[in-house]
Design a protein around this ligand. Structure first.
Ligand SMILES: N[C@@H](CCC(=O)NCCCC(=O)O)C(=O)O
Length: 250
C-alpha cells in the first residue's frame, strides 16, 4: 500500500459546556485529504505538553487553520485587545513555536487566515486588530446574517505578484477570494515575500523567502469547496507535493 504523507493540523482549544475540547473545522481536514492527497492527523493545542521535536518527526507537513479567535497582541507588541475579544492562548502557545521549528527543520507549512496571521507574527510581523477601522482599508469581515455559501463565496479580487510562487502555481495575475477576517497584516514579518494583495493594499498571501521547503500562507479560505476552485486546487496541490517530497526524505 502506498502510504500518504502525514499532515498535522493544530486544533483550537475551546470550552464546550463545562469541558475544554480540541477542535478542527472539518473543511480543513477534507481539504488536506482530498486536495493535498495526504493523511490528516489532528494535533492538540496543549503548548509544551507534547514535544515539538516528536511532532516534527511524525509529520510530513503542517496546516495552521483559521479560527474565530485572535492571536494575543502581546505576541507582536500590540495594544491590548478590545474587551470581549476571543483569544486562544493554548493555541498560540502551540502554533507559534511549532511554526518556527517547522520552518527551521524544513517541514512544509501552509497557513490559512489565523494561521497566516500566526506565521506573520512568528517572523516578527504585526497585525491590525480591526482592519476595517484603518484609514483606506476595506472591511474584510463576513456578514453574520449571510449564508455560509455567501460568507465563503468570492468577496474581493487579489492581485497576484508576478514571478511569485502563487503565480507559478496558478498561472494568472488575478483571482477572486473570500474574506472572513477582522485582523490583517500591519507590519510584514522579516524574510517574507508578498505573493498577493487586496485592492486596498492589504497583504493577502506571502511566502517565506529562501525557505528550505514549502512555507506559504493566505488570508482567505482556500479549503472552502477547494475542488471547484482552481486557485485552491493549485495551493493544495503544491502543498501536497511538498509533503510527499518530505515523506520521501524521511
Ligand atoms: N480571528 C482572525 C482570523 C479569522 C479566521 O480565521 N476566520 C475563519 C473562522 C472560521 C473558519 O475556520 O473558517 C481574524 O478575525 O482576523
Amino acid at each position: 500500500m502506498q502510504r500518504k504523507p502525514v499532515v498535522g493540523i493544530c486544533a483550537d482549544r475551546k470550552v464546550l459546556g463545562k469541558h475544554p475540547f480540541h477542535a478542527i473545522g472539518e473543511k480543513y481536514i477534507t481539504a488536506v485529504i482530498e486536495g493535498a492527497h495526504a493523511f490528516a492527523v489532528l494535533l492538540p493545542s496543549l503548548g509544551d505538553a507534547q514535544s515539538i521535536e516528536q511532532t516534527l518527526a511524525m509529520v510530513d507537513g503542517l496546516l495552521f487553520t483559521g479560527s474565530p479567535s485572535n492571536v494575543e497582541p502581546h505576541h507582536y507588541a500590540g495594544e491590548p485587545s478590545a474587551p470581549g475579544t476571543l483569544h486562544d492562548p493554548h493555541r498560540d502557545a502551540t502554533t507559534l513555536p511549532l511554526i518556527r521549528a517547522a520552518f527551521e527543520a524544513g517541514v512544509p507549512v501552509l497557513g490559512i487566515c489565523r494561521g497566516f496571521q500566526e506565521m506573520n507574527v512568528v517572523f516578527g510581523g504585526s497585525l491590525y486588530q480591526k482592519v476595517h477601522e484603518q484609514p483606506g482599508r476595506m472591511d474584510h469581515r463576513e456578514r453574520d446574517e449571510d449564508t455560509l455559501d455567501v460568507q465563503y463565496g468570492p468577496a474581493h479580487p487579489i492581485r497576484i505578484a508576478p514571478g511569485g510562487q502563487l503565480h507559478r502555481w496558478f498561472g494568472q495575475d488575478e483571482a477572486m477570494v473570500n474574506s472572513i477576517h477582522s485582523q490583517g497584516v500591519d507590519r510584514l514579518g522579516e524574510g517574507l515575500t508578498v505573493e498577493a494583495t487586496a485592492p486596498d493594499g492589504l497583504v493577502e498571501a506571502f511566502s517565506v523567502t529562501n525557505a528550505r521547503s514549502f512555507a506559504f500562507a493566505v488570508q482567505w479560505h482556500p479549503e472552502w469547496k477547494h475542488a471547484s476552485n482552481p486557485l485552491s486546487t493549485a495551493i493544495f496541490s503544491a502543498f501536497g507535493e511538498a509533503c510527499r517530497q518530505r515523506q520521501q526524505q524521511r
